[in-house]
Design a protein around this ligand. Structure first.
Ligand code: PNS
Length: 161
């Protein structure tokens, strides 16, 4: 069975992430969304909260699983037998960092390829940090995050509530 992993911080998951996960799920028999612990970031949601939000948002995708992980992504890929990492690419600004990660990961585990899916045009501008900024000022985030998690994100981040 062809397994791909979709790694990220997902703090929180956006409609842009969901679009990439859904498209990966059409390309691979099994997709594991991995919420990776990143000690260099100060997230707004715990890894378990983030994983739970993604589980709710992907409940209708039968071949998608959601896990959390701390460590080297390529060790995780080996552990689950994944042959690909699927990531979304929004703009040229994403490219340098993503390209570096793809090359390092290839060096660490040559059996795994990184596939970049071009973001859908309507999500080009979206990022978790932009969503958090809008939510913190009480702005409407319904177009930005899956409906299953919108209320939770608003409750947590909107200082006005
Ligand atoms: O959503 P993000 O924060 O851009 O995702 C980055 C992530 C989690 C995919 C990346 O930081 C990662 O793979 N971390 C695990 C540690 C690792 O394997 N590092 C070596 C490759 S850079």
């Amino acid at each position: 069975m062809r397994t791909a992993i979709c790694p990220g911080s997902f703090d929180p998951v956006t409609k842009g992430h969901l679009d990439i996960i859904g498209r990966a799920a059409r390309l691979f028999e099994r997709v594991i969304v991995v919420v990776v612990v990143n000690a260099e970031k100060s997230p707004s949601f715990t890894v378990e909260e983030r994983a739970d939000m993604i589980r709710r948002a992907t409940a209708e995708l039968g071949n998608v699983e959601v896990e959390t992980f701390s460590g080297l992504l390529m060790d995780y890929a080996r552990h689950v037998g994944a042959t690909a990492v699927v990531k979304g690419l929004r703009a040229v600004t994403d490219f340098e960092y993503e390209f570096q990660m793809a090359l390092i990961n290839k060096k660490l585990n040559p059996t795994v390829d990184t596939l970049f899916l071009t973001t859908s045009a309507e999500y080009m501008y979206l990022s978790s940090s932009i969503v958090k900024q809008v939510a913190s000022f009480g702005g409407n985030i319904d177009d930005f995050v899956p409906e299953q998690i919108a209320e939770e994100v608003k409750q947590r981040l909107c200082a006005k509530q």
